[in-house]
Design a protein around this ligand. Structure first.
Ligand code: HEC
Ligand code: HEC
Length: 348
């Protein structure tokens, strides 16, 4: 908690009129508000949902079961969690995924942690709504290769989801729309949890190391990271070319062909739980967090699309370590209680 002297609005004239108890309460409240920095996780953040698909516990549970169900793939061998594995920060360990949604060239699997807050989904932001996005991997030939009508027949005949559908939608009918709504509702519950960084921001000086504190100063200061990694999720959800080696994947330019800055621009990922999910970047080209930091200090290729927000910070080895130590403090220990939703049937 910050000291009373930092509560700038508390003008003496106003305070004289308040009773002692009320005064104490008001200052406590003000101090809490004042201590929440722009990067601190808010209390109980909830991903916005469409009015037609409110997030209810029954629907979320159904969506969770679907997320871990290998029958969503034609060969019954791949679930969403095969690529978006909770044990790896809701992604996998491959540099490139086995398939990609927007372009022929494979990209790294994105995390679905916090995806409910992301306005434009995919590395190049091709789809706005989770309800639409979640059906794409099921149908895509090189992901789950499943015919959606065949999936409806398969799940209907098994009867496994009857009770769950009844609870979530009022009847046991399996439809493509219900599958997408339930999956979207589940993904919206994957909210990044409280991390040591947040406890430090809330006033616990022992929650993170001195090195991490220096790292955060660098992150928001001389290293220039917070120009793009903004807010409590550490992303402005914008697309930037940060100077990675260019391949045939032109990124955001697929959707904004006339914007010179969109070429080789990919979405800024959240840095919440980032330590849990190497390798990094849309092409999986950076194997650990030190590699990432090194990338930002190295000279970049001179190309028109390079983000003007990129600085080329000069950082000592110690400062690079400080930055990595800070990034490690963004890892939460949330139990998303997803395991409770799994059906009795053996999961691969
Ligand atoms: C074969 C691996 C694979 C499977 C299976 C898979 N995904 Fe993905 N997922 C990806 C890849 C790769 C991306 C990045 C797509 C792109 O930008 O080209 C992605 C991106 C996403 C995103 C966007 C996240 C963001 O922040 O923009 C969501 C949401 C998502 N997947 C949900 C799902 C759901 C739900 C399922 C199951 C129905 C699923 N995925 C199955 C590989 C997979
Ligand atoms: C110009 C905007 C911008 C700045 C400045 C910036 N980043 Fe990034 N960051 C991005 C984008 C965009 C990506 C994804 C790029 C890609 O995959 O093509 C990214 C990716 C990352 C990743 C990998 C995340 C993942 O899940 O793959 C980390 C870690 C990261 N940045 C940390 C930093 C640090 C530390 C700094 C400061 C030294 C920094 N960033 C500065 C935009 C930026």
């Amino acid at each position: 908690m910050k000291s009373i002297s930092t509560v700038s609005w508390a003008k003496p004239g106003t305070l004289r009129f308040l009773g002692a108890g009320l005064l104490g309460f008001a200052l406590m409240f003000a101090a809490d508000v004042a201590s929440a920095g722009p990067h601190q996780r808010p209390d109980h953040p909830a991903a916005p949902a469409f009015a037609f698909n409110p997030t209810t516990p029954a629907k979320t549970k159904l969506g969770c079961r679907l997320f871990f169900d290998h029958r969503l793939a034609k060969a019954n061998d791949t679930s969403c969690a095969s690529c978006h594995d909770p044990a790896h920060g809701w992604t996998d360990t491959r540099r490139k995924s086995r398939g990609a949604l927007d372009v022929a060239e494979a990209r790294r699997t994105q995390t679905v942690l916090g995806a409910g807050f992301v306005p434009k989904l995919g590395w190049s932001g091709g789809i706005d709504a989770l309800e639409g996005f979640v059906l794409a991997p099921i149908a895509r030939a090189h992901e789950m290769a499943q015919d959606l009508d065949a999936l409806v027949v398969e799940l209907s005949s098994s009867g496994d989801y009857s009770r769950g559908l009844e609870a979530a939608f009022g009847s046991s009918e399996v439809t493509v729309g219900r599958i997408s709504q339930a999956l979207a509702a589940f993904v919206r519950t994957l909210v990044p949890g409280v991390a040591p960084f947040d406890r430090w921001q809330a006033g616990d000086q022992n929650a993170v190391s001195d090195s991490a504190k220096e790292g955060f100063d660098l992150f928001t200061g001389k290293a220039g990271c917070a120009a793009c990694h903004t807010g409590w999720r550490f992303t402005g959800d914008a697309f930037h070319d940060i100077g990675l080696e260019a391949g045939s994947d032109i990124g955001r330019a697929v959707h904004e062909p006339n914007n010179p800055l969109a070429r080789y621009a990919f979405k800024t990922p959240t840095l919440r739980d980032v330590a849990l999910r190497p390798p990094y970047m849309h092409d999986g080209s950076k194997s650990d967090l030190m590699d990432v930091v090194d990338h930002y200090v190295q000279p970049k290729p001179a190309r028109e699309s390079l983000s003007p927000l990129l600085s080329s910070p000069v950082l000592s080895d110690r400062e690079k370590l400080n930055l990595v130590d800070f990034l490690l403090t963004l890892t939460s220990v949330t139990d998303h209680t997803f395991k409770n939703c799994l059906p009795e049937r053996k999961q691969k």
